[in-house]
Ligand binder design. Structure first.
Ligand SMILES: NC(=O)C1=CN([C@@H]2O[C@H](COP(=O)(O)OP(=O)(O)OC[C@H]3O[C@@H](n4cnc5c(N)ncnc54)[C@H](OP(=O)(O)O)[C@@H]3O)[C@@H](O)[C@H]2O)C=CC1
Ligand SMILES: O=C1CO[C@H](CO)[C@@H](O)[C@@H]1O
Length: 283
């Protein structure tokens, strides 16, 4: 396996097995530098969102890097203030414009909960929002569509009206935090699981079990986290703005965690806290 190997989504679209995360990557020079460093290191899959405020910088960096659009996989996400058909349709156009592209490879509803808060019709709004993604998908503007931070009951809301099933669920998956119920639901429904915060947003590095296993393998804790994710069949999205770390995080295909090491990591619980609950979050 390598960075350009792919998983296949339920609609046949191929998605590179590791994506480059960009939350908290400031727009401007930092996003420009980090995106180009990632492309130089071999990443071809970039994960951004309107919420991150860096789509325009990432679009510009991609353009300047001169890599053919077809060899890239670009994901963005719908912000929580845009849960309606019209707002979602407009947001898709804006992301396309900011990323300087005619199509996105993947577009996700970022959270099932709207901003500023739910009203009694939030489920209908969510269904209308999904319809906007479906229409953009059918029009060829989005090669694949999916969701993020969804639990099984959120999928059931979409299922009442959907004509295209979600292909991806992007959720927090890292050592100590993996929601087995949602993971099982997605596997049973052929929904690819993207693992966000695969390094626990930087909080995993001093965890003793992870340090021990990293030492056994003569690898970094970050590499062990990414490898653990891949061996489970998840699609990790590590983020960094440092060239050496961006590169380090790509060297995850020339070693393997033993079954015992996988089991030790699987048994960790809460070592980097837990994902935000999508039913109570307000952003
Ligand atoms: N859908 C959603 O709701 C969410 C999606 N995401 C996506 O997932 C991506 C990754 O998650 P995120 O929470 O950002 O964090 P990660 O779990 O990827 O961890 C990133 C942190 O680890 C540090 N780091 C990265 N590599 C190394 C290394 N090799 N050695 C030491 N430190 C390292 C980074 O520092 P530095 O940058 O300074 O190098 C940063 O502080 C996001 O960027 C975003 O694309 C994340 C959260 C929510
Ligand atoms: O992608 C994201 C980055 O983190 C934020 C704060 O938890 C989230 O709101 C968001 O989903």
């Amino acid at each position: 396996m390598s960075l350009v190997d792919t998983y296949e989504l339920s609609n046949g679209v191929k998605i590179p097995v590791v994506g480059f995360g960009t939350w908290q990557t400031p727009s401007g020079a930092v996003a420009n530098f980090a995106t180009k460093a990632a492309l130089t290191s071999g990443y071809r899959h970039i994960d951004t969102a309107e919420m991150y405020g860096n789509e325009a910088s990432i679009g510009q960096a991609i353009k300047e890097a001169g890599i053919s659009r077809k060899s890239l996989f670009i994901t963005s996400k719908l912000n929580n203030h845009a849960h309606s058909y019209d707002k979602a349709s407009a947001a898709i156009e804006q992301s396309l414009k900011d990323l300087q592209t005619d199509y996105l490879d993947l577009f996700l509803i970022h959270w099932p909960n709207p901003k500023p808060s739910r009203d009694e019709n939030w489920q209908a709004h969510l269904q209308d929002t999904w319809r906007a993604l479906e229409d953009a998908y059918k029009a060829g503007k989005l090669r694949a569509i999916g969701v993020s931070n969804f639990k099984p009951h959120h999928f059931e809301i979409l299922a009442q009206t959907q004509t295209v099933a979600p292909m991806v669920n992007q959720i927090r998956i890292c050592p100590g935090d993996h929601d087995e119920e949602t993971i099982k639901y997605c596997r049973d429904h052929n929904i690819l699981l993207e693992a966000y915060s695969p390094l626990g947003t930087g909080k995993i590095f001093s965890e003793p079990t992870m340090q021990k296993i990293a030492q056994e393998l003569n690898r970094s804790v970050a590499q062990v986290c990414i490898r653990w994710s891949l061996q489970h069949g998840f699609l990790p999205l590590p983020k960094s703005v440092h060239e050496d770390r961006i590169e380090d995080n790509t060297h995850v295909f020339d070693f393997e965690l033993s079954q015992a090491q996988m089991a030790e990591i699987d048994a960790l619980d809460g070592v980097v806290g837990y994902a935000t609950d999508p039913d109570t979050a307000s952003f």
